[in-house]
Design a binder for this molecule. Structure first.
Ligand code: NAP
Ligand code: SF4
Length: 678
């Protein structure tokens, strides 16, 4: 392995018998296309778009080696020769662009979502409704055969190698950790017995496929669950993997059932590179680092300072298929950064839908966007510079239209400009930075501080009008709503108002949760999303790794003020938050000791505070301020006028079109798709 100071992100990685052209690995992502109709053709386009833009090595989404190992009953498995042909669609296009591609073999074990699941021992994962039975010794033999068979078929399909998924709490990880391995035979008990299964799989694959086939092992370096592996065991296992002729060790962080966020937006950037660095010091094969790496500069620094030999980025390749090339060319400002929201990728996968990306709706839908140039260039006016208007403007300008954006505020971004002020949501700054850069680059005319009236547009020479005027906050009809104690969430965030020590929040949707987070901190306070040590302390991650799983007692921080979060419904608050992040927000409320009251009836507001009925009893919350987060209404005023006064095509998109459950994913998708049609 090369160990000189001159190694850069674009220095090839020499594996002896083969070379990877640079140190950028596109991490494994299940896209949902694996199981979709015509999915492999679409997957090939998806991978091609990334391969032609300089990625070094692509790892496919996890593919099961047998039926028991599937993630769900219709999950993809590679076990039969007739399946090879569809995989060749992908390997061919990737190789055409000089990149390499490895197939990830993932056996779900007790994380499978079907009744046929098996694990090291009989057990039920907290994230699956099904109980796994203990795999028999005979079935273990068969499973080793199945992994080898999948690897053989992968080689036939043209893959450069395989990645064995040994982390995130899946089947192999379930054998490695005493948490889930209670076996009494040669595959359980001692450390040597627990690591036997993965070593037998690797040795069998090497025996059958020879040396010239890349084997990557995704090693769980931090289990982040009770009775996980100890640091000593992780190191000893890494050394055994090296002896077994594994080519590359990839980093895995946290089991899926761990109650610690590992990839969400509130996780600090590069939060876990330290553990890859520690493991790298113990072995002599390349180590890949991963999790919350989304910046080109960071990726370069990681390699330059020899923290790891390769950098894995997964979601950043959904957000921007060209990220690797842009890093190579130093065009950092052109990168559409992954903001780690999970909204259009992982949350979609959990709903059994095809993944995409909030900031790039073309991801995994490449075949649907074919009109790259406009048939006839038009002059278009976009009214409103929120996510819908901006994404329309950028896509339309790329196609050759002349775009003018009118924005009533002195800044762009709409709801994103508010979201970026929430602690833990700083990544929204990146999308606004990207929008700003593209406006300049594409010569889009941006007119700020301009409150448009239809009379001004009526006789203008625009050919088409796009109304992306957004939303207005809903003001509930509560007696005393005009009281000085009442503040809208927009005013709170826009004007950065300093509120009193006791605050009630009306509305426990996404914005209510965000406002809770905002009010929990004081201005100038060190924020956990920007400070790794603070994040580790709050969530109980032990960098000293004194205990199994690298856990320590969590030290959550109480909110800086007394906060009541209220909702009329009796259901769980934040019910519609994302599947993969909602639990973090709800857990955060508990950590901060926010007082949540559901089933509330609002009576009135006066100098004494907010009068409510809760559990049939009248109560006064003697708060200093009341923040209204009661949803939104569409701002359609201009569009309605335009429909009667303007004789040219008018369109309405984003929150202006539909305020109910307005979300940026839909707004951006609508903007990009409309522009693509014109
Ligand atoms: P929302 O999710 O629809 O929540 C609105 C809240 O206001 C509900 O709790 C509702 O509960 C209450 N409400 C509605 N009408 C009311 C009335 N007349 N009087 C009093 N209370 C009323 O809307 P949002 O919080 O504004 O969020 C907008 C969208 O952005 C949502 O789709 C949300 O999921 C998304 N978002 C997500 C996140 C995130 O994932 N972290 C963050 C921000 C926004 P009751 O009717 O029961 O009182
Ligand atoms: Fe990243 Fe969000 Fe896009 Fe997923 S949806 S790739 S987390 S920006």
């Amino acid at each position: 392995m090369q160990k000189t100071n001159k190694i850069d992100l674009f220095t090839p990685l020499d594996l002896g018998y083969t070379q990877i052209k640079n140190r950028i690995l596109m991490g494994s992502m299940h896209t949902g296309l694996e199981e979709a109709a015509n999915g492999f053709k679409k997957l090939a386009r998806f991978y091609e778009e990334r391969a032609k833009n300089e990625v070094g090595l692509i790892i496919t989404g996890g593919i099961a080696p047998n039926f028991q190992g599937r993630l769900h009953p219709f999950g993809h498995q590679l076990s039969f020769p007739w399946q090879v042909k569809k995989h060749q669609l992908m390997t061919k296009v990737v190789h055409r662009h000089g990149a390499k591609i490895c197939l990830q073999i993932l056996h779900a074990g007790r994380y499978g979502y079907h009744p046929f699941i098996v694990s090291a021992s009989k057990s039920k994962a907290p994230i699956s409704p099904f109980k796994a039975r203990a795999i028999t010794k005979l079935e273990i033999k068969k499973t080793i055969y199945d992994f080898t068979n999948t690897a053989k078929l992968a080689k036939k399909a043209g893959y450069d190698g395989i990645e064995i998924m040994g982390s995130e709490g899946y089947f192999i990880n379930q054998f490695l950790a005493p948490r889930t391995n209670k076996r009494k035979d040669k595959y359980g008990g001692s450390f040597e017995n627990r690591i036997r299964l993965p070593l037998e799989i690797i040795s069998n694959i090497r025996k059958k496929l020879g040396r010239n086939f890349i084997i990557i092992f995704r090693l769980s370096m931090l289990d982040l669950v009770e009775e996980g592996m100890s640091f000593d065991e992780v190191v000893r296992f890494a050394k055994k993997l090296e002896e077994s002729k594994v080519d590359i060790i990839n980093t895995g962080i946290g089991w899926h059932e761990a109650r610690i966020p590992t990839i969400a937006m509130m996780v600090p950037r590069n939060a876990f590179t330290w553990i890859s660095e520690r493991i790298k010091k113990e072995i002599n094969i390349p180590v890949v680092t991963t999790n919350r790496i989304n910046s080109g500069e960071d990726a370069k620094n990681i390699i330059r300072s020899q923290i790891a030999d390769m950098v894995s980025m997964a979601r950043p390749f959904l957000a921007d298929p060209g990220i690797a090339l842009k890093i190579k060319e130093g065009r950092y400002e052109d990168i559409n950064t992954c903001i780690a929201c999970n909204q259009a990728c992982l949350d979609q996968i959990f709903k059994n839908k095809v993944a995409s990306c909030l900031v790039n709706p073309k991801a995994c839908h490449e075949t649907e966007f074919v009109n790259s140039t406009a048939f006839k260039s038009e002059n278009m006016a976009v009214i409103g510079a929120g996510p819908a208007g901006l994404s329309f403007a950028i896509e339309a300008a790329k196609k050759g239209h002349n775009i003018t954006i009118f924005e009533k505020n002195a800044y762009i971004g709409g709801q994103f400009a508010l979201a970026k002020k929430i602690p833990g949501k700083e990544e929204f700054n990146e999308t606004i930075r990207y929008f700003q850069g593209q406006i300049k680059k594409l010569n889009i005319k941006l007119i700020l501080n301009k409150k448009v009236e239809i009379a001004n547009l009526k006789d203008s020479d625009f050919d088409r009008f796009i109304f992306s005027t957004g939303i207005v906050p809903r003001m509930p009809e509560i007696k005393g709503i005009d009281h000085a104690k009442v503040v809208s969430y927009q005013d709170l965030l826009n004007k950065e108002l300093i509120l009193g020590k006791k605050v009630a929040i009306i509305g426990a949707g996404g914005i209510g949760f965000d406002v809770c987070e905002y009010l929990s901190h004081n201005p100038g306070q060190v924020l956990p999303a920007l400070n790794r040590e603070k994040f580790f302390n709050i969530w109980g991650i032990d960098k000293e790794y004194k205990r199994r799983g690298a856990l320590k007692k969590a030290s959550p921080e109480k909110a800086m003020r007394e906060i009541y979060l209220l909702q009329r419904k009796s259901t769980k608050p934040g019910l519609h938050l994302g599947k993969t992040t909602g639990w973090i927000h709800r857990y955060g409320l508990k950590q901060k000791q926010i007082k949540v009251i559901t089933g509330v009836e609002y009576r009135n507001i006066d100098d004494r505070g907010l009068h409510i009925i809760s559990n049939g009893k009248k109560k006064i919350l003697d708060v200093d301020h009341i923040v209204i987060c009661a949803g939104q209404k569409s701002d359609r005023r201009l569009f309605k006028q335009a429909q009667t006064l303007i004789k040219k095509p008018c369109h309405i998109i984003g929150g202006a079109e539909k305020a109910l459950e307005i979300d940026a994913k839909r707004a951006i998708d609508q903007g990009v798709r409309l522009a693509n049609q014109l």
